[in-house]
Design a protein around this ligand. Structure first.
Ligand code: UN1
Length: 498
């Protein structure tokens, strides 16, 4: 086997090794002997170096007209289109999502590039009359400064792009710290930014641990904003650290997303949505369907049909185009999932299928877990309350729409939700009353589009929404109010109350 490729940090326009002189291995979760690459196990000093470069570059980048900044982004989109298949293959190998989902992940980055490139010619503020004659008032969006982007492994190109691309259009500079389980797609985005001519220091990339690189981004006063996607636990630590420095912080965190299936639902659609929602990316999505609340009248039939589909899901090599579910990303995620299966059994839930690690033949080389359904789950059980982030779904019963809504809303999280019904009144009531950032009617809890607000209530976030320009720009810019007095008169002479 050829030596694995060693990937470097990107700081101030140079590809550099870490001052720590240490690297970590990035292995495929489907085949642990496959080393995808070696990445820099960076020291805090590397992150500091990158933050300083981003701070210097900010002074120049903020002055580049936004339509020009957007041209770089458009070019990135054009190249991404051409390389989509290569990047998808690389991603499937690196973090284990099936190829067709990996294509979708790259596609999200393409969509964000094209969509946000248009924003370069908008970035609109507003004007409003002044209280005084001969005075103009208007508002304009200003970049916030160097941003620390801390991104997860489950959407390793899409999520970095949701942050990087709007930040660049807005005139911010960035230091990216991708998750160590999947740093390669973010590396490709950074390389692309360089290839498209984005000036040195505007985009920086530093790999390594949360305690070194992540902590520097949180503590260094040169970082104006931290945008984080990951667990609620880590998000809390991020928010606390940012508060110390009065940093802006945008958090996208956990979910315990519910799908409601009413007695009038098209069960074929609901079963299909449940399979996709619960087991895409092996359940490792913050939008994953992890609770299915089914009307008691159709519960048994629904479970029987779901079981049949899930038992026939093709689990295997993510690079095989016919595979429907790949491995879990790492051993820790696998262990956590196994622990929750045990918790579910101990709580008295009914294991319908799955519940075991897959180890036979090729499965033994990776972190494979069987897609798992629990039925007879009560709302108070831990498997119905805590985020598992694995291929495990809990089925709960409800007696009415109100009952289902109460169960769905009885959670600490609030990212996504869905309802299957053919009754328009029920659909609209659920759309209003499900207390989540996103609600789907007659489709699964996953499948968010990049030009709509993405984010959630409660412990899922801190009020921000990524995606849509109307909301993403609120994260990556701040408002400036400008008054222009063209009266040529002494201020006092004009009015005495202001
Ligand atoms: C995530 O799981 O962190 O809606 C993001 C979806 C994807 C994005 C998920 N478009 O499932």
């Amino acid at each position: 086997m050829a030596e694995p490729k060693a990937y470097r940090n990107f700081i101030d326009g140079e590809w550099v090794e870490s001052r720590s002189a240490a690297v970590f291995e990035d292995r495929s979760p489907a085949n642990r002997s496959d080393v995808v690459g070696l990445f820099q196990d960076s020291a805090a000093a590397d992150a500091e170096h990158a933050i300083e470069a981003a701070a210097r570059a900010f002074r120049r980048w903020r002055a580049v007209p936004a339509p020009k900044r957007a041209e770089y982004i458009f070019r990135m989109g054009e190249i991404l289109v051409r390389r989509k298949e290569d990047y998808a293959l690389e991603m499937a190998r690196e973090m284990g999502k099936p190829l067709r989902e990996a294509r979708g992940d790259v596609q999200e980055a393409i969509d964000v590039c094209y969509y946000m490139a248009g924003e370069g010619r908008r970035l609109c503020g507003w004007t409003t009359p002044s209280e005084l004659p001969n005075k103009a008032c208007f508002t304009t969006r200003m970049p916030v400064g160097p941003c620390g982007l801390i991104t997860p492994w489950n959407f390793p190109m899409a999520i970095p792009s949701w942050k990087l691309i709007p930040a660049l259009v807005c005139g911010d500079t960035v230091v990216m710290k991708p998750a160590s389980d999947a740093p390669l797609p973010a590396y490709q985005l950074v390389k692309l930014a360089q290839e498209c001519g984005i000036p040195n220091g505007v985009v920086n990339y530093v790999t390594g641990g949360g305690a070194t690189v992540g902590a520097s981004l949180l503590r260094h006063p040169g970082v104006a904003l931290v945008s984080f996607t990951g667990s609620s636990e880590t998000g809390r630590a991020v928010a606390i650290a940012c508060a110390e420095e009065f940093k802006r912080v945008s958090l996208e965190m956990g979910g315990k997303n519910a799908m409601i299936v009413m007695d009038d639902a098209r069960l074929d659609l609901a079963v299909d949505g449940a399979v996709w929602g619960a087991f895409a990316t092996a359940g490792q999505r913050c939008t994953a369907t992890s609770r299915i609340i089914v009307h008691r009248k159709v519960k048994d039939e629904f479970i029987a049909r779901l079981k049949e589909r899930v038992e026939n899901l093709k689990v295997g090599d993510p690079l095989d185009d016919t595979v429907e579910m790949g491995p879990m990303v790492n051993e820790a995620q696998l262990k956590k999932t196994m622990e929750y299966v045990q918790i579910g059994r101990d709580e008295g839930a009914d294991l319908v299928c799955g519940g075991v690690r897959l180890t036979k033949a090729e499965y033994g080389r990776g972190w494979f877990f069987a897609p798992t359904i629990f039925a007879g789950v009560a709302p108070g059980m831990r498997i119905a309350r805590e985020e598992i982030f694995g291929p495990v779904v809990s089925v709960l019963a409800a007696d009415s729409l109100d009952d289902a809504l109460n169960i769905a809303n009885d959670t600490l999280y609030g990212l996504s939700s869905s309802i299957y019904t053919q009754d328009v009144n029920r659909a609209f009531q659920a759309a209003r009353d499900l207390e989540t950032g996103i609600t789907y009617v007659n489709s699964s809890t996953i499948g968010a589009e990049t030009h709509l607000p993405f984010g959630g209530t409660r412990r899922t976030g801190n009020g921000h929404r990524e995606g849509a320009a109307q909301t993403a720009l609120e994260i990556f810019t701040e408002w400036k109010t400008i008054y222009v007095d063209y009266s040529g008169r002494l201020q006092k002479a004009q009015i005495d109350t202001n």
